[in-house]
Design a protein around this ligand. Structure first.
Ligand code: ARG
Length: 413
């Protein structure tokens, strides 16, 4: 059945001349190479970004694309850019969508979109293709960001239109000389980067069942973690980690190391009932050790240096920012407006946080900051304290005035 194109930005066979495909090297996007060339009759260039996914050898991914007939294959190391310009914002916003998901996949999409547009402009392509399905969030994120950055670019999302089942896809691959991955029986759909690992499909689609151990790759199941706790110390500057256990390191390296240490202790396993942008509710599973540890540490330090009023208001802004990014609106002005506020608050988020990792837990056990609003001389119950307790009753009398009046008039216990 021919696809009915309802929107103006969708590529049309015959009209697209040259297309940049966001290529992971996996089966889906490899099938896409042949399928797009066949169906759209256009020239193809692939783009693969290294943002810390497990795929070790990206040169192999490149030569695989060339072998499949693309005219050029770009591989770009974007780990530092991803950490410094995207993940750092998620840290400052304590970004947890629906209080659970550290937007691991979502935060990488604008970066991929940006690079896809850049390469498309460089090679004079008139379209960008991506591997998203028509049921998920990623299509929303890619389509909005890419067409915002360059309204002349058309989008091709083969999975949305090809209607191939898993078996048909494998058959198509066999017929077109596309290598079938060795783990073809793996039931899970995985998206990975420095900030975390998102897993879908297989048994995860049954929310009443515990996620099987074979869905885990970064984290040890809690039953198999060490019996002794491990401590990590993270130093923050303006809300961003700058050193780990006393060693200054680039953010992407701190994240990489914390994924390993945290994973060993089963920290960062997230089983989440999620509301997608397009209306679906789904059960999602994540492994995000570094994100879990860093956000917890950051939140704690932020609370230590901010006033009660800031601590009340900032989570509202954080939540809104996170929702906008999750929902594909990286380019929306409100996202940037909120970022300005988040950055401003984070200027004073400096200091050290100590975290204890044990059996799936990451507990903050110490924090120290030159900007702490905590003052031992005020807070202590010991002798020599400076807090004027005699002033408290006067404060309480006025503070509770209206509530007491209202209770007297019509209060019921
Ligand atoms: N639900 C998450 C999101 O929309 C993750 C999607 C990950 N995709 C995947 N193929 N596992 O951000």
């Amino acid at each position: 059945m021919e696809l009915f194109r309802i929107s103006s930005y969708e590529g049309v066979p015959g009209e697209v001349k040259k297309c940049v495909l966001l290529y992971s090297g996996g089966l889906d996007t490899s099938v896409m190479i042949k399928w797009i060339m066949e169906k759209y009759g256009c020239e193809l260039v692939t783009l693969t970004l290294d943002i810390g996914q497990a795929t070790k050898n990206l040169e192999e991914v490149k030569s695989k694309a060339i072998k499949l007939g693309v005219s050029d294959a770009y591989v770009i190391d974007a780990k530092k850019e991803f950490a410094d310009e995207y993940i750092s914002k998620a840290i400052k916003a304590n970004a947890l969508y629906e209080d659970a998901y550290p937007i691991t996949t979502a935060i990488a999409r604008p970066l991929k979109a940006k690079w896809a547009v850049k390469i498309a402009e460089e090679v004079n392509a008139d379209a960008v293709a991506h591997g998203s399905t028509g049921k998920g969030n990623d299509q929303v994120r890619f389509d909005i960001t890419i067409t915002a950055l360059n309204p002349n670019l058309k989008i091709i999302a083969p999975v949305r239109e090809w209607g191939l089942g898993r078996d048909e896809e494998i058959k198509y691959a066999e017929e077109h000389g596309i290598p079938i991955p060795v783990d073809i029986d793996n039931p899970y759909s995985v998206d990975e980067n420095l900030w975390g690992r998102s897993v879908e499909c297989g048994d995860i689609e049954y929310p009443e069942k515990e996620v099987p151990k074979n869905a885990l790759a970064w984290c040890k199941p809690w039953e198999e973690t060490p019996d002794t706790p491990e401590y990590v110390e993270i130093e923050f500057e303006e809300g961003v980690p700058v050193s780990l256990n006393g060693k200054d390191m680039e953010l992407w390296k701190i994240i990489k190391e914390l994924n390993e240490i945290g994973g060993k202790h089963g920290v960062g396993l997230i089983d989440h009932m999620e509301d997608r942008i397009i209306g679906l509710k789904s059960r999602e599973f994540y492994e995000a050790p570094a994100a879990t540890i860093i956000i917890k540490a950051h939140k704690d330090l932020e609370k230590t240096v901010c006033t009660r009023h800031e601590n009340w208001f900032k989570p509202i802004v954080d939540k809104e920012w996170t929702n906008l990014v999750y929902s594909g609106l990286w380019i929306e002005p409100l996202t940037k407006d909120l970022e300005a506020f988040i950055d401003k608050v984070n200027k004073k988020v400096n200091g050290l946080v100590r975290v204890k990792l044990y059996k799936g837990n990451a507990m903050i056990v110490g924090r120290d900051s030159p900007n702490a609003l905590y003052d031992l001389k005020l807070a202590t119950y010991e002798k020599g304290q400076l807090f004027n307790q005699a002033a408290s009753p006067g404060y309480i009398e006025l503070y509770g005035l209206q509530s007491r009046m209202a209770y007297k008039l019509n209060g019921k216990w």
